[in-house]
Design a protein around this ligand. Sequence first.
Ligand code: CFN
Ligand code: HCA
Length: 528
Amino acid sequence: MNEREKILDKYSAKVFKNRKDHVVQFDNAGMPKEIAANSRSIPGLMSNRGCCYAGCKGVVLGPLRDVVVLTHGPIGCGFYSWGTRRNKAKSEDGKSYIQYCFSTDMQEADIVFGGEKKLRQAIEEAMELFNPSCIMICSTCPVGLIGDDINAVATWAEEKFNIKCVAYSCEGYKGVSQSAGHHIANNGLMKSIIGTGDAPLTKKYSVNILGEYNIGGDGWETERLLEKIGYEVVSIFTGDGSYEAIKNAHTANLNLVQCHRSINYIAEMMKTKYGIDWFKVNFIGIDETIRSLREIAAYFNDPTLIANTEKVIAEELEEVAEAREYYKEKLHGKTAAVFVGGSRSHHYQMLLADFGMKTIIAGYEFAHRDDYEGLEVRPNVKVDADSRNIEELTITPDDKYYHLSIDKERFDALKLTTELEYYKGMFKDMGDGTIAIDDFNHYETEKLLELFHPNIFYSGIKDKYMIQKSGTPSRQMHSYDYSGPYAGFKGAIKFASDTYMSLFTPAWQYITPPWRMQPTLEGKVGGA
Ligand code: CFN
Ligand code: HCA
């Protein structure tokens, strides 16, 4: 039995039938072609997933600093999605509400008799206290069940206060994970906010950063690098982002997509509506940051910009050179497990590789198949934008740029030359013997620890302490354990230093992991 089979072995026939397609192991025969993803979790399996509301309000809308993001529902959802997030924001212009958690705090009577009155009251209160230019209403499960008309309340608020008020029906039960919420948030921003501003650009080359939520200050570090090179960052979606900036997002020359899961919808919609090109970048990892910066410069193809990019890369590399070598020596050869919600589980593999660490197990909570299997065609030529069928793709060398996520089979069928190939999904970077799991659960986490003994397990708050109690250091990749930034050159060093501390803290001398005391080999005696 290989490790995959050992993990699945304990499941009942029914659960086995479902889970077997979510667990893949890589062997010499090459990359597995498929994994089941983005489907409903089995009740009772203690999945690490969150809900639609968490994806919409908690992740995408919550970080907007000058917006009162109002949760319509009982207090728990509003508090959880605010108190546990680590998206940082400045408050220089006095319009930052990030430090407040806004909720209608629905009670039983509101559920029975309807909560619209309370929602209107909450908006009136928010206007009186903060006078924001924009309010976003996010629904939790009971609101959808009792049928409060949040859109009607939003229209009332716009008329009464002459503000922008957008309602999001992102009840937690919608879809199968946070992913549905990302989509709902993206649609609302696209429909009601993007394109409503007319601020002029100030620099020749301008970009939006999509899918950068400024966890631990990552967005600030990325913005610093781009501005140092000479770009104008028109808006960031949505870390330390603002309604005022996002209104003008349609004026930017190019969209850079950092989170490859939560926001590519907006990039695609902006391409269709405003003709703005986009591509995926990754500012997590030194080599990846360099690659991303070079690609952006190559897109604009201006010799001055290209020279500035190389100058900034050289300067930043020089600053981190000594620390980079130091941590590489300490961390080289260590093995890691990386389990986060979406794109980070792949992004951090590249950062680990910068320091000679190897990812032996990885997975996502709610990614889609292309996040695992995706191979991206990024020719410097254009593929017919309307065609999603690879057989019908037409590559027209006069057009500037296009990209498309496709699976391996169709990619091979295209027979592209190497310069045109661009791989982006997680599978591409997984080595022989390693394992990938979709929508991992508590039991599988325990089993992975027992079978693989990774040196460190990067994950989230739900499993961190269980993992540590079992003798394996764990760091939270959602909140960075209140550290960061981890993006860019300096961020990579911060990450390496935090990893080094976790691995080498003397605290580990005081704990004996279970496998040192219990036999881990199981077998049957005789023919019984
Ligand atoms: S900040 Fe992002 S990077 S947005 Fe997404 S897919 Fe979550 S909240 Mo947690 S840390 Fe995580 Fe990604 Fe994109 Fe964060 S890996 S699970 S919904 N995520
Ligand atoms: C969410 C938010 C979360 C949870 C983090 C965790 C985040 O999906 O609800 O489980 O540690 O990053 O805050 O992903």
